[in-house]
Design a protein around this ligand. Structure first.
Ligand code: HEC
Ligand code: HEC
Ligand code: HEC
Length: 404
């Protein structure tokens, strides 16, 4: 009886209050709120900064406000913005808006999304912010050319794949736009592939100072993978960096069958020879100094053998972030600390920040120690890597930039 009550309570508290729950689900999986909400701002009212080599641009107000938002967008206008990256007034959108992925949204999903955006999202009279790009450089016409070259037509799923695989492929390459962070970008900042017909798809990229690892050839079980997406951690691993926001705002809302479909699909992607991590002499970066720092500052939580504790502190053994070719995420977690995402299935655990406690040399020593200890096998970080992360501009949401 008691169990039954608890279960009912959970169902009630997670049930949607939206009049268009299907559309709300598409919005969650597509994570519109993450980019279209500034820190402290009204949901979907825009104003979050996106750095480009030329200056910052800002996401726009996509609440149904008629003056400042998209309240005057017809379904056709909305479809054009989402599938082709062209706003109602005809100007092309910067590709920070992941329309090449949204082009793959099914018609019913896009329709449901439109109804939800127009009828369930509260309107906000927040004015859009102009980009910081000097007017001469901000001419948007080259984007039309960008569009013509790099956006592809909606994907046709291969016919012999199972329904779950097809669903997983759809969620990952369409609404989930996982490639926006996990697929390497080419000379014009375009993602090198938008679906799995190319081995570059989801093969790893560093974006905004976080290394989003290759999702090809993952050595996790389907169950662990689904758990990482749904609650931000599994028995031995945890999510951190910009993926935390993705879990908090988006993937924790996946239905279990959809999380399983994504897991099954990702596990079907083979590692490509060219994307395999370089194996160097793991002992090149090992030093007693690194071990000393580890034992003094890290082992209380992660254990002398790096295994962490089940369901609490992640294992650093055979860990993708620890062993990534690009050590910047690892260094950044040490410098800035980390926190498991807060989700419905997970109490958040914190790791302290070591900025100020450890100097650059100690951070490099401990970085290289964990990269080569316990069977880990990653090349040592070079001398510049730590100071780059340490000095990097810390970008606060909403556009303020502070140098620490
Ligand atoms: C990764 C970040 C990101 C995500 C995710 C994202 N957007 Fe955007 N979107 C942007 C940015 C940045 C702009 C502004 C681009 C510009 O000004 O050229 C934009 C512009 C738009 C516009 C044009 C609005 C106008 O002012 O005319 C619409 C409509 C839009 N987004 C809808 C959505 C919807 C719906 C979703 C979820 C399905 C979504 N966006 C998800 C970043 C994002
Ligand atoms: C905003 C950028 C961003 C987006 C969008 C994004 N990721 Fe990530 N992802 C990251 C970063 C950064 C990491 C590394 C942090 C970590 O491993 O904890 C990561 C890590 C992961 C991991 C853990 C890999 C491992 O071996 O530890 C999985 C699984 C994953 N992402 C799946 C996805 C899926 C599925 C999507 C789309 C639904 C997605 N990601 C979208 C940035 C992103
Ligand atoms: C107080 C306990 C604690 C201490 C001390 C600690 N950590 Fe952590 N660490 C954690 C927790 C909890 C997480 C999970 C946070 C998350 O999800 O991002 C974590 C995450 C990490 C990660 C990211 C793993 C992943 O897969 O995303 C790395 C790398 C890491 N710690 C290394 C270190 C190093 C190196 C030290 C010593 C300099 C250290 N930690 C000290 C508790 C601790």
């Amino acid at each position: 009886m008691r169990n039954l009550l608890i279960v009912t309570g959970l169902l009630v508290s997670t049930a949607s209050l939206a009049a268009h729950p299907e559309g709300e689900y598409v919005a969650r999986v597509s994570d519109c709120i993450a980019c279209h909400t500034a820190a402290g701002g009204a949901p979907m009212a825009g104003g979050k900064a996106f750095p480009t080599p030329l200056g910052d641009i800002y996401s726009t107000n996509i609440t149904p406000d008629k003056t400042h938002g998209i309240g005057s967008y017809s379904y056709a206008d909305f479809e054009k913005a989402l599938r082709q990256g062209i706003a109602k007034d005809g100007h092309p959108l910067y590709p920070a808006m992941p329309y090449p992925s949204y082009a793959k949204l099914s018609d019913p999903d896009l329709r449901a999304l439109y109804d939800y955006m127009m009828q369930d999202v509260p309107p906000s009279a927040t004015a859009n912010r102009e980009s910081d790009i000097p007017w001469l450089l901000s001419a948007r016409w080259p984007l039309h050319i960008w569009n013509a070259f790099f956006t592809d037509s909606p994907q046709t799923a291969s016919t012999n794949a199972s329904d779950a695989l097809k669903r997983g492929a759809y969620l990952v390459s369409g609404p989930g736009h996982c490639g926006a962070c996990h697929t390497p970008r080419g000379f014009a900042m375009q993602e090198k592939a938008y679906d799995d017909s190319d081995a570059a798809f989801l093969s790893g990229e560093t974006i905004d100072g976080w290394y989003a690892p290759s999702l090809r050839g993952l050595d996790l079980s389907a169950e662990e993978l689904a758990s990482l997406l749904l609650i931000g951690r599994s028995k031995h691993a945890a999510i951190s960096g910009s993926m935390s926001e993705v879990v908090t705002q988006s993937t924790q809302y996946l239905t279990k069958p959809d999380a399983d479909a994504i897991a099954q699909y990702l596990l079907s992607l083979k590692a490509d020879a060219s994307t395999r991590q370089t194996k160097a002499n793991p002992h090149a970066g090992q030093s007693d100094a690194g071990k000393t720092v580890y034992l003094r500052y890290c082992s209380t939580c992660h254990g002398a053998q790096g295994k962490g504790t089940d369901d609490n502190v992640p294992s650093l053994v055979n860990n993708r972030m620890v062993q990534a070719e690009d050590p910047s995420s690892l260094i950044r977690v040490i410098v800035e600390g980390a926190e498991t995402p807060t989700t419905w299935g997970n109490v958040s655990y914190k790791m302290p920040a070591y900025r100020g406690t450890l100097n650059d040399q100690q951070i490099r020593d401990v970085t290289n120690y964990v990269r080569g200890a316990w069977g880990n096998n990653a090349p040592p970080a070079d001398a510049g890597a730590v100071s780059t992360v340490n000095k990097r501009e810390t970008r606060h949401e909403g556009g303020a930039v502070a140098t620490q």
